[in-house]
Design a protein around this ligand. Structure first.
Ligand SMILES: [Zn+2]
Ligand SMILES: [Zn+2]
Length: 383
């Protein structure tokens, strides 16, 4: 491995023990193989999917099973600097500031060859006899709640100059938003979109859609989402609709002159969200599902069929959408940093998880920052 400065033998890393239980341990610093780099992690954002993994295991899959008590480090939305180069790596140089995509597919299955590496057919096949080389850090391989991680060069995205570590962790979130818009067939300037659910992916969807010229961009949330909806307006939503205060379906129909929108990007995971989306989208319109409902949902399928409505599901951030989203952020097309609300040091990952899960202090995006000045309070940083 090529490196500038000495790399320690061991590092601090959080590992998942029993469901809901994280432990801070010393682990060997991993070594990058061919086409891989060692990343010294700068900041790791907490995602809703981390909460799922930590409490229920799925969609993480370690050695073909649930991720509990397997010395597995979660965390998948991180950024840092390249601290070591595996054999043959010349795409990045030591010291490069990078953000990461989550999924390095196997590179050899049909989906990977199509650029759909987040839907790799060899998902989780990276051990023993099943080693197809698949990696999804924080899901099937070690992730970012640690001082170091190993990443395939294909997953690295250069952080634009002048961007903070915290904002850089949102590059992959914006990549997911853009991948959803890709699934919808790509947005054409002047087309209308509804984004349901103002969580980080929903808010990034607003920013990306606006940057691509969508008009109008309609963001829908609940009364509890007030702060998020305000940020959505700053990210470019022209219309904000609040469930429980008005009939949001009627409002979308009114805004679009009774036709409905071209697209709905569903980021709430609410049980009625798909059925509602089918009533907001125009005939021949398209719906992208980017959030998981907690269980099966009821949908009026006949409405979808009668109205020629297309429905797409996405997982993650394929087809290099993350690099394209980073370009929009480098051009400062939307103020992504507003979505980051709190920072915690590495030692306080459980508190960071609790803030995210319980939305304490109206938390939106929580970032675990490796180099925090120890004597200064780092919580509640207003962006
Ligand atoms: Zn995530
Ligand atoms: Zn694959």
């Amino acid at each position: 491995m090529q490196q500038h400065s000495p790399i320690p033998e061991t590092m601090k890393a959080w590992v998942l023990a029993n469901p809901g239980e994280l432990r801070l341990v010393d682990k060997p610093v991993p070594r990058p193989g061919p086409a891989e780099v060692l990343v010294r992690i700068g900041a790791t954002a907490v995602c809703g999917t981390d909460l799922e993994v930590i409490s229920h295991g799925e969609p993480a899959l370690i050695q073909g099973g649930l991720p509990f008590n397997r010395n597995f480090t979660p965390g998948h939305e991180y950024m840092g600097t390249v601290a070591g180069l595996g054999p043959g790596v010349d795409e990045f140089e030591l010291g490069a500031r990078i953000a990461v995509e989550i999924h390095a597919g196997c590179g050899r299955c049909e989906r990977c060859r199509e650029g759909m590496y987040t839907a790799c057919l060899n998902y989780g096949m990276n051990y023993g006899e099943h080693d197809k080389g698949h990696r999804a850090n924080g899901f099937t391989t070690d992730g970012g709640f640690a001082e170091y991680a190993v990443n395939h060069v294909n997953t690295l995205v250069r952080v634009p100059a002048g961007m903070s570590d915290e904002e850089a962790t949102l590059i992959v979130t914006a990549g997911t938003a853009l991948y959803g818009i890709d699934a919808l067939g790509g947005l054409i300037a002047g087309q209308s979109i509804v984004v349901t659910g103002p969580g980080p992916i929903g808010l990034m969807s607003v920013g990306v859609a606006r940057a691509l010229g969508a008009d109008p961009v309609i963001l829908i949330g609940t009364r509890q989402d007030r702060r998020r909806l305000d940020i959505g307006r700053q990210l470019g939503a022209n219309e904000i609709l609040t469930v429980g205060e008005e009939d949001v379906i009627a409002a979308v129909q009114r805004i679009t002159g009774g036709k409905g929108v071209h697209y709905v990007q569903e980021c709430s995971g609410a049980p009625g969200a798909l059925d509602d989306a089918a009533r907001m989208v125009s005939r021949g319109g398209r719906i992208c599902l980017a959030a998981f409902p907690k269980g099966p949902v009821l949908v009026d399928v006949a409405r979808l069929v009668r109205n020629n409505i297309y429905v797409f599901g996405i997982r993650g951030e394929g087809r290099s959408a993350t690099r394209r989203a980073a370009a929009l952020m480098a051009q400062k097309r939307f103020p992504a940093h507003l979505v980051h609300t709190h920072s915690f040091p590495l030692e306080q990952v459980p508190a960071a998880i609790r803030y995210a899960g319980e939305r304490i202090e109206d938390a939106i995006k929580i970032v675990v920052k490796m180099q925090v000045e120890r004597n200064k309070p780092c919580q509640g940083r207003p962006s």
